[in-house]
Design a protein around this ligand. Structure first.
Ligand code: UDP
Ligand code: MG
Length: 349
């Protein structure tokens, strides 16, 4: 049996030594052959060179390097595209997904499950704010998106080869892997674990990125926000109509038409705000449809080590490989020279 481990990495130079110390011994213990597929998601620190060093020594360590940062979900997609294993595990590189759990996950896989998900019983080293927002997110997703979305399950998951083949067929731009898995309805079991704090380095998910991921999750699986808008719109319009009837009645019969300037302003703001929010929301969905219509690749590979990626349609050949000579990349040399000698290349007035 071949076990593939897919590890998206983005600026993880601090944590990689700990990962390389912890992961291989666990895999040796499990006793099956394995491959580690690292997806370098456009890191700007020395992640790349650390990975290349390990890959040079061991051809079971494979590296796919993106041309820029495409995000963790795209990195997972690339990993699943290139994994050859009978079982494929997706895990974070920061040891928050404990490698020791792999043994249990493989046992469950051998029992015949297509997907082995992991559920966090506790979360160490995370702020109360993050825990609270995560809880709110999971319960909303369960109600709005899919009943089968288990709470507190991240992307740390084992897939059978069949499950991977099914997932590979989904090429949508705005991806939320957990949602896809729930949607597919594969035979799934859950292993529970205590999630430790990051072994080193910092989280790559600042709050705005989490909000973006949450919104992708909601909007790519549910039209509920649009329906909420519609209901709110109907409610506000009914209220407006009722108020108009009352205003006409008051003007004709009670003759108490006090200058209702302030209430008018309030209603104007309320209704205009609601309209703009609804239009913005629809605009966001339309934007997402536009993204899908373009059918762009989900990621672009820069290069790869120990993986044959020549067949990958979305691959760029570096114009400026680090060891290029002046004859091979004259424009790069000119650019470097211009940076060093700005005076020489300044535009004449
Ligand atoms: N990651 C990535 N691309 C990104 C952000 C994160 O490949 O744009 C990787 C990161 O290197 C890590 C995993 O995704 O291996 C999870 O990220 P992180 O640990 O920062 O998230 P958290 O655990 O804080 O939610
Ligand atoms: Mg983490």
């Amino acid at each position: 049996m071949l076990l593939s481990i897919v590890l998206p990495v983005y600026n993880e130079q601090e944590v990689l030594p700990a990962l390389f110390a912890a992961l291989p011994p666990v895999l040796e213990r499990i006793g099956c052959s394995y491959e580690l597929i690292f997806i370098d998601d456009g890191s700007r620190d020395s992640t790349r060179s650390i990975l290349n060093e390990h890959a040079a020594k061991d051809d079971r360590i494979k590296v796919l390097a993106f041309s820029r940062n495409f995000g963790q979900q795209a990195a997972i997609t690339a990993g699943l595209d290139f994994a050859n294993g009978d079982a494929v595990v997706v895990m974070d590189a920061d040891l928050q997904d404990p490698p020791e759990l792999l043994e249990t996950m493989v046992e469950q896989f051998k029992k015949g499950f297509d997907v082995v998900s992991t559920q966090r019983i506790s979360r160490e080293g995370e702020s109360i704010f993050k825990k609270a927002t995560a809880n709110a997110f999971y319960s909303f997703m369960k109600k709005a998106v899919d009943e089968r979305l288990p709470a507190q399950c991240g992307d740390f998951r084992l897939f059978s080869r069949g499950a991977v083949q099914a997932i590979r067929k989904f090429r949508e731009q705005h991806r939320f892997m957990r949602g896809l898995v729930a949607w597919l309805g594969l035979r799934e079991t859950i292993v529970r674990f205590h999630r430790p704090a990051r072994a080193a380095g910092e989280t790559k998910y600042p709050p705005w990125k989490l909000v973006k991921l949450a919104w992708t999750a909601i909007s790519s699986f549910s039209a509920m926000p649009l329906r909420i808008c519609l209901s709110a719109g109907i409610m506000l319009t009914s209220f407006g109509l009722a108020y108009s009837v009352y205003a006409i009645y008051a003007a004709i019969f009670i003759k108490s038409t006090t200058p209702g300037w302030s209430s008018l302003v309030c209603f104007q703001l309320l209704f205009n705000g609601a309209t703009l929010t609804a239009v913005g929301l629809v605009g966001d969905y339309v934007g997402r449809i536009y993204d899908e219509a373009k059918q762009r690749p989900l990621y672009v590979l820069g290069d790869s080590v120990n993986v044959d990626s020549s067949g990958c349609a979305h691959r760029v050949v570096w114009i400026n490989p680090p060891d290029a000579t002046e004859a091979e990349a004259p424009h790069v040399f000119r650019f470097e020279e211009a940076k060093a000698n700005p005076a020489r290349y300044r535009k004449s007035a």
